[in-house]
Design a protein around this ligand. Structure first.
Ligand code: CDP
Length: 237
């Protein structure tokens, strides 16, 4: 697989073409952003930690029968993925109230959400990823009703797999965001799954072990990601 020109640079990852039109390379950088890119910092080891963390999770999801874009690790900071036509809708499942839900509804942080909630957001930094719903997604052509139904079902299947995986490591999967794309007419899980895009709390102490450590200036960000990796048996290198 030959690495070719850079196609895109996001806030924490860059995407490169390859000599295969069906595959691209994701490069995880050390860059960390919060508040729609308003705060940026470079955190040592982050690219490697998130790349390897994501590879471990994608492997677990694939083993559970959830189709993903992940094709394999290429290096400490790069992986090969199928080139998707991304659906610009973020799917969020919450098991415990935190973050945006607490701010929006004034509910108590830490409250168990039974059944878990499902929300849609438009992927649009300039508009601060506004909350949307199925009707808006259909009308504006962001996703079809069939795609939305499948994305919702897949997002909840991911919850079943990962809630258990993290629970076995003494961690609560509070909430997470997934993105999907289309490859040869099929919906695949895309983007990444790392502590950048989910909330993980220590089950006993409720200590935050995810990107909220960066957002809230708590320090020890990558150390916490590495501790999560140790607890779930991921080799982060
Ligand atoms: O992160 P924030 O409080 O602004 O938003 P949220 O709606 O509470 O986020 C729910 C979950 O999705 C958290 O685990 C976020 O880290 C994740 N998320 C993300 O990865 N990317 C976004 N653009 C928005 C949320």
């Amino acid at each position: 697989m030959e690495k070719r020109q850079q196609l895109y640079a996001g806030k924490a990852k860059s995407v490169f073409a390859t000599d295969d039109p069906d595959h691209v390379i994701l490069q995880f950088r050390d860059d960390t952003s919060a508040f729609d890119g308003e705060r940026m910092e470079s955190l040592a080891r982050k690219g490697r930690v998130n790349n390897r963390f994501n590879a471990f999770i994608m492997g677990k999801l694939q083993a559970a029968g959830i189709a993903t874009h992940f094709s394999g690790l290429l290096s400490d900071t790069e992986c090969l993925v199928k080139k998707l036509e991304m659906i610009p809708v973020e799917c969020v499942v919450r098991n415990i109230a935190a973050g945006g839900l607490v701010r929006r509804l004034g509910v108590e942080e830490g409250q168990a959400l039974v059944p878990p909630t499902f929300e849609l957001f438009l992927k649009n930094d300039a508009m601060h990823d506004p909350m949307i719903n199925e009707s808006l997604a259909e009308t504006f052509g962001w996703a079809t009703p069939e795609q939305l139904a499948e994305m919702k079902a897949l997002t909840f299947r991911v919850n079943d797999v990962l809630k258990r995986l993290f629970a076995d490591g003494g961690l609560l999967l509070v909430d997470y965001k997934l993105e999907f794309g289309v490859f040869e007419g099929k919906i695949l899980l895309g983007d990444e799954f790392s502590p950048d895009g989910c909330r993980l709390w220590d089950a006993a102490t409720r200590e935050k072990m995810d990107k909220d450590r960066f957002r809230q200036g708590l320090g020890g960000v990558i150390e916490a990601y590495e501790e999560v990796g140790r607890r779930i048996g991921a080799d982060l290198g």
